[in-house]
Write a protein that binds this ligand. Structure first.
Ligand SMILES: [Zn+2]
Length: 73
């Protein structure tokens, strides 16, 4: 099954038994558990970065991550 690589944002592949995530683009290879942790960490990092960038990168490719909370006050 295709998923998004947490590292290079290209298409990675998750094995059908959910045991391994593999990215052909950056050769990332990690267990699904590690992948989840990776994504969770990356997501937190994005939120942090976005706080700084809000207002300066308006209209930039925001199509893939709709969960952003732009209401940072
Ligand atoms: Zn990758």
């Amino acid at each position: 099954m295709k998923i998004k690589c947490p590292k290079c944002k290209e298409t990675a592949e998750l094995t059908s038994d959910f045991s391994l995530v593999r990215c052909h683009s950056c050769h990332l290879e990690l267990s699904y558990g590690e992948y989840v942790k990776f994504v969770a960490h990356a997501d937190a990092t994005y939120s942090d970065i976005l706080g700084d960038y809000t207002g300066s990168t308006e209209g930039e490719s925001a199509g893939t991550l709709d969960d952003w909370d732009k209401d940072s006050g």
